[in-house]
Design a protein around this ligand. Structure first.
Ligand SMILES: [Cu+2]
Length: 147
């Protein structure tokens, strides 16, 4: 190793330290965090299950670290649910157990699916896209009951 190599390594190390310091300074002192935005429709400001008629529902779900809103959805057996899914912060997943529904919740975008619940039971929802420290606790469920 000659003296030029050592010099280059020292300069590189200094630049990295300055960069890291600038990053942490901005993150903590200026409280910069992940953005929070809800797209397009005002309806996502109040995530909800909307009844259209006796067997049809529209469901507006907002995912954020680390929960779904709403996280428990009660519907009668035989219902058809039109799902509209978005995210407030980072990309999340939306997978319904024993249903062929596997969506991404993307900030700034809306993904949709139509789901028919013909059998009563509890259908768990999991976030299957790693989204940070609380990811494993990001759960929800559909509770389908006979009326
Ligand atoms: Cu997650």
């Amino acid at each position: 190793m000659n003296k030029y190599e050592i010099r280059v390594m020292l300069v590189t190390g200094c630049v990295m330290i300055i960069f890291l310091f600038a990053l942490l300074y901005n993150a903590f002192s200026r409280k910069i965090d992940v953005p929070s935005c809800v797209p397009y429709s005002k309806i996502f400001e109040h995530p909800q299950l909307k009844k259209i008629d006796d067997t049809t529902y529209e469901l507006y779900v907002v995912a954020q670290m680390w929960a779904f809103a709403p996280d428990e959805i009660d519907i009668p057996t035989g219902s058809t649910v039109d799902l509209f899914l978005t995210s407030k912060d980072v990309v999340h997943g939306f997978n319904i157990d024993s249903k062929a529904v596997n969506l991404m919740a993307v900030p700034g975008g809306v993904n949709t699916a139509t789901i028919k619940f013909t059998e009563p039971g509890t259908y768990n929802i999991v976030c299957h896209e790693y989204c940070g420290a609380g990811h494993q606790n990001m759960l929800g469920k559909f509770v389908v009951k006979d009326e």
